[in-house]
Design a protein around this ligand. Structure first.
Ligand code: ATP
Ligand code: FE
Length: 370
């Protein structure tokens, strides 16, 4: 099969054409990251306008690169949940329009499931496997049992890691440093952290006493903010000047975030073992979402996986952040199974949702078992 995938859940307009073998036949992406960083976050109305302005061009570019027309594809896969409603609606409406015009089926896609399944483009990974999704809007640990079946082991009580990194980068004013000016918040913190040392010792990992798989990132963010305030007062800093130990703070923050993620993964692996949820010959951890681009976090997870005899799989950075390929691929997986393939005369039933669980919530069992 050949599937056209469309992604507009947040601030990136992405499209790709993929076949059954996982080959990317054509792709195009229009990123709004620069605007998002400048504005200090995603502005839903502006994001919607930009999606509307760009979507036709992005879809046509992907089709052109594949040397195809909509006639040549078998179905259109579109992110319908979770995400910003105004953004999602642009992709949904455009997808429906094509499906109606060319009488093609529509496949609704769950954005977080798509982030996970991306790993299966790069290499064959059998179900079930453990997955950690860390992005701008989510932090969750789950067991993927099939392309559409997931068990949720843990999630964040508050901020997502990408969100915490973006806010810290903004508070630190990293975007005024020329070498970081084109980076997302997370990337600028990663690069700044390489210039410093994790010596700010009161940025400590949270939930140490909790024997579950949930996350919290707001505490470390608050402590970092207090530190910045204190330093700004002490050194009488104003305007775009950085505090003197900005890079050390970035290193400390990233180190603490990594420790926290590693501890929760350790718990999840123990739980999966206890409940026999992952067969002994399938010990794989898939990490995806934009924050999975971070090589410091990846190195930490590599150590945990090595110790616990798991194989770590992280898609290449380009596939970890939002893109059309992940949606097209999820479309291929669903089309093959005949799941959620909506024919062009039933398009009215398609809904978009701002929040949507990835699967069955078994967090209570995790807390009890550990
Ligand atoms: P969600 O997938 O939860 O809906 P999203 O789609 O907005 O959220 P992604 O595109 O998957 O999120 O990821 C974007 C996030 O990844 C941003 O918060 C960004 O700062 C972060 N990020 C990108 N590169 C890096 C990096 N090298 N290190 C850490 N974080 C990074
Ligand atoms: Fe995403």
């Amino acid at each position: 099969c050949v599937i056209l995938g469309i992604e507009t859940s947040c601030d990136d307009t992405g499209c790709a054409v993929m076949n059954n073998k996982g080959e990317i036949l054509g792709e195009a992406l229009n990123s709004q990251t620069n605007i998002t960083v400048e504005m200090g976050g995603v502005m839903p109305l502006l994001a919607k306008e930009l999606h509307e302005k760009n979507i036709e061009n992005v879809v046509n570019k992907a089709l052109e690169a594949a040397n195809m027309s909509v006639n040549d594809i078998d179905a259109v896969a579109v992110t319908t949940k979770p995400g910003i409603l105004l953004s999602l609606s642009v992709g949904k409406n455009y997808g429906k329009k094509i499906c109606r015009e060319y009488e093609k089926p529509f496949i609704p896609i769950h954005h977080m499931q798509a982030h996970t399944l991306t790993a299966r483009i790069v290499q064959p990974i059998e179900f079930p496997f453990l997955t950690l999704l860390i992005s701008g809007g989510h932090s969750l640990l789950a067991i993927a049992q099939s392309p559409v079946k997931y068990l949720l082991l843990g999630q964040s009580f508050n901020d997502a890691p990408g969100e915490a990194l973006d806010k810290l980068a903004r508070r630190l004013k990293l975007r005024f440093v020329p070498e970081f000016s084109n980076c997302s918040g997370g990337e600028s913190i990663e690069r700044a952290a390489r210039k410093g040392y994790p010596v700010v010792d009161y940025i400590v990992p949270p939930l140490l006493g909790y024997r579950d798989c949930n996350f919290s990132f707001s505490g470390m963010k608050q402590r970092a903010t207090q530190h910045i305030l204190k330093m700004e007062e002490k050194h009488d800093i104003m305007g775009s000047t950085l505090i003197p130990d900005a890079y050390d703070l970035c290193a400390s923050f990233l180190h603490t975030m990594t420790t926290h993620l590693c501890q929760r993964v350790q718990r999840a692996i123990k739980f999966a073992e206890l409940q026999k949820l992952i067969p002994s010959d399938r010990r794989v951890l898939v990490v995806s979402g934009g924050v999975a681009c971070n090589s410091y976090i990846r190195q930490g997870l590599e150590i945990v996986c090595r110790e616990l005899d798991y194989k770590l799989v992280v898609p290449p950075p380009k596939l970890c952040t939002d893109n059309g390929v992940m949606i097209a691929w999820n479309g291929v997986e669903k089309f093959r199974l005949g799941i959620d393939v909506i024919s062009s005369d039933k398009l009215e039933s398609i809904d978009i949702e701002p929040k949507s669980p990835i699967g069955e919530d078994i967090r209570d069992q995790v807390a009890e078992a550990n």
